[in-house]
Design a protein. Structure first.
Length: 292
């Protein structure tokens, strides 16, 4: 079993997703739980399944091996966002306790599944450490930027550093803004999506100046998302391979800018699947193996 994703844009050869029928369970379950999980509205169960069908089709067309995280009665509706409870490095998986308390049980469900497909465990973030996968952005195989905010704290980052110090050369700690507060889902990956080694979609309004300058010093062209498209998850773009990506439909400005730069853009409808839970295509996926 090949695994390891120390890149945000190399070709995805293997990926993990979760079907809404196994995360959302039913319309009644959504009706009972959407407010506790701070969704912006109650998703329509049938609509989410229809939207996922298109999303899944694109993933299967572009990724050779697709894994499905199974149903687990101990986790909540946010478990559809498979990206956040783990990072799969070339040296094994690092599991996170999650900054959002209700998501805590997802870590155990994820570890159980990944170990069942022979992905070894490198370690866990423990104790007072908090971390979510959406706050970790690989700039290259040995360089990572980590957002420090309501979901990931300094203790979590320090533990991550200790677990990875033999293969990660540099960690940039990026302070995140208060924005809409602790209940909102704001990750570093809300502000940046790498499309290729020299191209990224960003939301500069929330980005610290020093991080912008780091990206530019690496020769990365930054495509800035408008406020309107940021609110429609326009900065949440999943690279499936260099210059090929998937994003939620309804963000024509960023879509057109990417196309003008030669990027192949796949679109999926995400009102029920993504927008109401503020989780775009990067959140819906856990790349298991990317080529490098």
């Amino acid at each position: 079993m090949k695994y390891g994703c120390q890149s945000m844009f190399e070709k995805v050869e293997s990926i993990l997703i979760k079907h809404p029928k196994d995360a959302f369970i039913s319309q009644d379950h959504l009706n009972d739980n959407w407010q506790a999980f701070d969704y912006e509205g109650v998703p329509d169960f049938k609509g989410a399944i229809q939207e996922f069908s298109r999303f899944e089709q694109i993933i299967k067309e572009c990724v050779p091996q697709v894994h499905y995280l199974p149903v687990d009665q101990n986790v909540g509706i946010d478990s559809i966002y498979t990206h956040d409870s783990v990072k799969i490095t070339k040296h094994g998986a690092i599991y996170f306790p999650m900054g959002k308390t209700l998501r805590g049980p997802e870590t155990f469900a994820m570890q159980s599944y990944l170990e069942s497909i022979s992905i070894k465990t490198l370690g866990h973030i423990k104790g007072k450490g908090k971390m979510e996968g959406g706050d970790i952005v690989w700039l290259d195989e040995g360089t990572v930027a980590i957002g420090q905010g309501y979901r990931t704290n300094k203790e979590g980052i320090d533990q991550f550093h200790k677990l990875t110090n033999n293969f990660i050369k540099k960690i940039y700690i990026i302070p995140l803004p208060h924005a809409q507060g602790p209940a909102a889902c704001l990750h570093l990956m809300s502000l940046i999506s790498m499309i290729d080694h020299d191209l990224a979609v960003v939301y500069l309004k929330y980005m610290p100046v020093f991080f912008k300058e780091i990206l530019e010093s690496r020769g990365i062209t930054l495509i800035d998302v408008s406020d309107e498209e940021y609110n429609r998850l326009g900065s949440n773009v999943l690279a499936l391979s260099p210059g090929k990506c998937i994003m939620m439909q309804g963000n024509p400005e960023i879509q057109n800018k990417l196309k003008q730069l030669g990027v192949k853009v796949h679109l999926y409808p995400g009102l029920e699947l993504s927008l109401k839970g503020t989780g775009g295509p990067t959140c819906l996926t856990q790349p298991v193996f990317r080529t490098s």
